[in-house]
Write a protein that binds this ligand. Sequence first.
Ligand SMILES: [Zn+2]
Length: 104
Amino acid sequence: MPRPRHRTSSFRKIHVRLPGGETVVHYEKRRPGPARCAICGRPLSGVPRLRPVELRKLPRTAKRPERPFGGMICHECLEKLIKKSVRTQLIARLQELRRAPTAA
Ligand SMILES: [Zn+2]
């Protein structure tokens, strides 16, 4: 019989084969859901589904993609954001040039 605190579905059972051939049951907290994009809400790839304790053991580069806003927003939303910001900057620059009379 498992310990009373382990008699709940919030723990997952892991059957571990010991060196002597005996199989014992280990209890582990379930993994969290996948990390999601802050804009579109779809699951982020490249972000491991681990408990915070396990995440702390990983190197920084294994926790999220190595790009701006990696682990926060997905690559498609990032692409859209970058394009949008570049285009608004470009438009602002053109309007500035148009407003100012050509010098010299
Ligand atoms: Zn997204």
